[in-house]
Ligand binder design. Sequence first.
Ligand SMILES: *Cc1c(COP(=O)(O)O)cnc(C)c1O
Length: 404
Amino acid sequence: MPRFNPAESLASMRHEFGEHGGVNMSIEASTTFTVMQAGTMPEIFRGQRGPDQGGCYLYGRHFNPTVYVLGRQVAALEGAEAGYATASGLGAISSTILQLAGHGDHVVADRTLYGGTFALLRDFLPLKSGISTTFVDGKDLAAVESAITARTRMIYAESVSNPTLRVADVPALAAIAKRHGIPLVIDNTFMPMALSPIQMGADIVVHSLTKFMNGASDIIGGAVVGSTAFISSMMDLHTGTLMLLGPTMDPRAAFEVSLRLPHLGLRMAEHGRRALILAMRLAERGLPVSYPGLPSHPDHALLEGLRHPDYGHGGLITLDLGTQQRAERLMETLQNEERFGYMAVSLGYFDTLMSCSAASTSSELAAEDLRRAGISPGLVRISVGLTGSLEQRWEQLARALAKI
Ligand SMILES: *Cc1c(COP(=O)(O)O)cnc(C)c1O
């Protein structure tokens, strides 16, 4: 089978022209839609008319053509049948989980997840909906399989975990999911284009479009892609989470994000190129750097077998400074003296962003969870930017390391 190419898949999508023949699509800024015959309205409500049945739309929370185009573009990038965009990554994640699981159901999830997803599964869902989660080490396939019960409705993992940068063995997880007749859900926020989980057997992929997809840290957004049947179920008027929980993306935001996707591949390749060189130089100095592009990384071989070669090994590296105090000194020096980047959460920005994970984006985890997830208190996560020159950035980093 020829290797799936996300750029070709996106480029072969039907182009969406603007209303007046513009090269960019128009923004459909209406919340409600007219019909020409009164009889069409009940047909829409019965689901007999819709985006793929001759147009005729209902209401902006249910469906917006501009948001739909963005959803289809993300689906094309992932090689999925269908997709829809949401107001945030967590909107996509919570809607997906609640679509698949109900009261008394169960989730098997990797222990190392984005802090918000972890809190949703560990704290919020048991409290509000009686959905429980068993957290396992996603690298321990036997543990994943033995955690599955008759009530398990999905296996949930991140393609590359945050902030430990472990790479999920998606084909192996997909085989387990298939054996038990449950879907595998993968959060691919860290690795758009570089990894294509659907092509490896995952059933559903969720994204935060806030990060690399967007690239400018100016819009919060999310997306979910999967089978047409699954995405349609999320839009069902009576039981669909996208319809009824209302994680609706504004069409103006969808338009903006859509304009960033054509250069996503260029950006991923450059984030990855710079991250690899910085990681190699840090490793040469004997510093405790972790990056899946380094042969010393425990998942290097796995990633080499799974990734698309054009888009690098991801834009994130971690450096363990031992203590939170040293981590904070390094980040302050890098930001305030060297202008290397910014102390801020999030990732995928065109400039470099740095955060101390244990004290920020993973602070939802208790000390014991942090230890088990392998997140040291001095771990600095660096989302390597694209600005300035690589040599300038390396000099800034080396100088800051010498100062602290
Ligand atoms: C940021 C992030 C999320 C949440 O996305 P939002 O757009 O902030 O809601 C989920 N998963 C991962 C891996 C993330 O980095």
